[in-house]
Design a binder for this molecule. Structure first.
Ligand SMILES: Cc1cc2nc3c(=O)[nH]c(=O)nc-3n(C[C@H](O)[C@H](O)[C@H](O)COP(=O)(O)OP(=O)(O)OC[C@H]3O[C@@H](n4cnc5c(N)ncnc54)[C@H](O)[C@@H]3O)c2cc1C
Length: 293
């Protein structure tokens, strides 16, 4: 059963921000409800007010604008998984991650904004967005701030959003066509897996077939997603080959070991990430499997 609260369904972002700024007592924002409703049912939360974003159609848009891709916070996993821009090329990692979330019902309801604000270390969209170097636009009555996702996420289940603020949009710089992306997750079960370890990879090809830039973001190995900086540095300026793949895989595994220290899951994750990393890098650039150009 849900605890008692007053339910509000504002018709505009301005009205939602006004309610959050002016209602007395505790408030919670409702997007798809896939995290919030179970938490209310369990009695983990008992807000005085629930402010639903369901009427804010403007926050369901995906746009390409002035060199940025902008995704409204209410865009669902299903929409990300079928949006044409994300079906191939550099942004494919977003569709791949969205498609692996929960079951169809969760994908139809759950939103990108909710996944970010929920800030689970296993949140599946967080590694791809980290690799894409995403920023979040957070609005409050009379103002807004834009900050890197990496600074917005502060720990497991924690962000620096204030209760009167709404995450309106996430954006990231457009990538060149010579970039490719992939996402690989090793989960507990197939359909309702909560990610145990995941890797989002972006590989940008440079002249002569070298790796101009690699961005590798690991999920579920630290309180927030982390970049595998050693592997990124060793890939830069070199031609993909099976030998280089193994060097990168070893560096990624070291990053996981450094991050987990002596946690019980460390030996398993350190080994498991090797398969995840191989698959993600080969998907992003098949020359890691075959060499050649
Ligand atoms: C069965 C099941 C399986 C799942 N499997 C996965 C999985 O495989 N991978 C995965 O990553 N997640 C999974 N989840 C978790 C969940 O679906 C996601 O975290 C989802 O993205 C949350 O989005 P939502 O719109 O439902 O958020 P809500 O539940 O509505 O909100 C979540 C939190 O974010 C806040 N919030 C939401 N939107 C905003 C906003 N725009 N501005 C400010 N605050 C906001 C809410 O107040 C609340 O605190 C699963 C959940 C269930 C129930």
């Amino acid at each position: 059963m849900l605890p008692p609260f007053d339910y509000h369904r504002p018709a505009s972002l301005a009205e939602a921000l006004f309610l959050l700024a002016s209602l007395p007592g505790t408030k919670k924002i409702l997007a798809g409800g896939t995290d919030l409703v179970p938490a209310l049912r369990r009695g983990d939360l008992s807000p005085d007010h629930v402010v639903s974003l369901s009427q804010l159609a403007g926050m369901r848009e995906i746009k390409e604008d002035k060199g940025f891709i902008r995704i409204g916070a209410l865009v669902t996993f299903s929409r990300l998984a079928e949006f044409p821009l994300f079906l191939k090329g550099p942004y494919k990692l977003l569709a791949e991650a969205a498609l692996q979330v929960g079951g169809p019902q969760v994908r139809n309801q759950g939103t990108i904004g909710g996944n970010i604000v929920n800030a689970s270390p296993a949140g599946d969209l967080l590694p791809p967005l980290t690799a894409l170097e995403a920023r979040v636009r957070v609005c409050r009555q009379g103002g807004e701030r834009v900050l890197p996702l990496a600074g917005f996420l502060t720990g497991p289940g924690r962000t620096c959003i204030h209760p009167e603020e709404i995450l309106a949009e996430v954006d990231f710089p457009a990538l060149p066509e010579r970039a490719a992306g992939s996402f690989v997750k090793l989960g507990r079960r197939n359909s309702l897996a909560i990610s145990r370890i995941s890797l989002a990879a972006i590989v940008i090809r440079g002249e002569g077939g070298i790796v101009e830039e690699a961005r590798l973001a690991l999920g579920a190995v630290a309180p927030v997603p982390i970049r595998a900086r050693k592997a990124e540095a060793l890939l830069r300026g070199r031609k993909p080959s099976p030998a280089l793949l193994e060097e990168a895989v070893a560096a990624i595994s070291e990053t996981v070991a450094d991050s987990l220290g002596d946690r019980p899951s460390a030996p398993y994750k350190r080994a498991a990430v090797r398969g995840v990393a191989r698959e993600a890098l080969i998907k992003a650039d098949p020359r890691f499997a075959s060499g050649g150009c």
